[in-house]
Write a protein that binds this ligand. Sequence first.
Ligand code: HEM
Length: 141
Amino acid sequence: MAVVSDDHAHERFCAEGLSLPASASPRVITHDEVRQHNGRGGENFWAVVDGYVVDATDMVNSHPGGLKKLLTTDAAGVGASGKAFGFSFTRGRNAHFPQTGKSFHEGVQAFLNGRGEPFLPPVEVTFSSHGKVVILGRLQS
Ligand code: HEM
């Protein structure tokens, strides 16, 4: 049985508040574009973590919490905000270990420190043997 407990989440690793270097311009992705990549019919699966859009297709067959849970990532009520696209590894009641939030935080930092035109290049975040996501950009606010 999966554990969902308060001690798993670790807010200090939340990537939402990381500041954007003045020169950096991340790709801005709309809610509709994320919804279109729903993992069905051969589509890739995109999800939003701490306001960053990730391609999580690689996790579809390997997510330790199962495919059903992974596919709820963008739903309202998943994550602490109660709103759609509010998921975080680091807030609220959470099944994820602090290390997972830490790895993601480091990935976002590497993404923001990237160089590229016209947008910051995608960055891969690997979660030990569990799989990886690719950070693509920021969700449109
Ligand atoms: C892009 C979205 C997600 C990614 C990349 C992801 C990634 C991971 C990783 C790497 C693990 C294993 C390490 C750990 O436990 O921290 C894990 C475990 C787990 N995840 Fe996720 N996850 C995502 C979304 C979700 C969502 C939305 C839920 C629940 C609604 C969920 C529920 C779980 C559960 C239940 C486990 C197993 C914990 C245990 O072993 O007791 N995950 N996930």
